[in-house]
Design a protein around this ligand. Structure first.
Ligand code: HEC
Length: 115
């Protein structure tokens, strides 16, 4: 009985320690990887139309202000697009967090990768 209790307690300790192993990985890479895995490009499309299309064109072919984003996936990874949206070079405006939620940034970055 007592031995069994120790085994259960040990299993709980090990299970509790497992997620901590991940914390050794570079944080930004993990965060971007998780964001990509959870992203929803379909939802990102509506974010794009509302927040990005005015400058980059409805289908990513570029506008008067923003460069084209067609085939952006050949030039930049999801993580790189996400970094640009989070911290853009002027004249691109910083839309996060005032106009875009973290989920919006994630999903719109995934959508850009489909253009
Ligand atoms: C007010 C206009 C404007 C809006 C709105 C805007 N952008 Fe931009 N964006 C720009 C401009 C201008 C650049 C070029 C910046 C530079 O010179 O590096 C740019 C650059 C980019 C780039 C890098 C392109 C490359 O390969 O060099 C990405 C990716 C991008 N924008 C995505 C987005 C997304 C996604 C949104 C919506 C959430 C958005 N932009 C909203 C104007 C805009």
């Amino acid at each position: 009985m007592r031995f069994r209790f120790v085994r259960v307690a040990l299993a709980l300790v090990i299970a509790g320690a497992l997620p901590a192993c991940n914390s050794g990985a570079p944080k930004s890479r993990t965060a971007a990887g998780q964001a990509e895995a959870q992203s929803n490009a379909g939802r990102g499309r509506s974010v794009y139309i509302a927040q990005c299309a005015a400058c980059h064109g409805r289908d990513g072919t570029g506008g008067q202000i923003g460069p084209q984003l067609r085939n952006e996936h050949l030039r930049r990874t999801f993580a790189q697009v996400r970094d640009i949206v989070l911290d853009p070079e002027p004249p691109m405006p910083k839309l996060f967090p005032a106009r875009l939620s973290a989920a919006d940034v994630r999903d719109v970055s995934a959508f850009v990768e489909t253009l």
